[in-house]
Write a protein of this length. Structure first.
Length: 133
């Protein structure tokens, strides 16, 4: 069976700020890694993790990217689009853009598409073309 994971479960593992909840969350992911169950992390959850680690925990972008990349490579965990999320994390770590902009740039690149936006942050990506309506 596949179980959807909420952001707070993953944050307990990444921050260890509540020892009991962290222990239980780690055990859940261990069970997934051993094949006992499968966990699903949504794209929105990934964005929430990035936002919370950046805004509340004040972690540097490089550390956030490393944590997200580790999650993407965790056995027993599935995603809507692992390749797009991996590209998102790389864009987020290399460019001074928020996670959502990095995600939309990764989607545009995957679809070999231009992107309509007024946000000039997209000009930082050389592999997509920003267009205004």
């Amino acid at each position: 069976m596949v179980y959807v994971i909420d952001t707070n479960i993953i944050l307990r593992i990444l921050t260890r700020d509540d020892p009991e909840q962290s222990r239980r969350a780690i055990d859940l992911f261990r069970r997934a890694a051993e094949g006992e169950l499968s966990l699903f992390v949504s794209d929105v959850c990934m964005a929430e993790i990035a936002w919370t680690l950046e805004s509340y925990y004040r972690l540097p972008r490089s550390e956030i990217a490393a944590k997200l990349m580790a999650l993407l490579n965790t056995d027993g965990v599935t995603f809507t689009g692992r390749d797009v999320l991996t590209d998102t994390v790389l864009r987020y770590s290399k460019h001074n853009v928020d996670f959502a902009d990095a995600y939309h740039a990764a989607l545009a690149a995957e679809k070999n598409s231009d992107i309509y936006t007024y946000d000039r942050d997209y000009d930082r990506f050389t592999d997509i073309n920003r267009m205004e309506p």
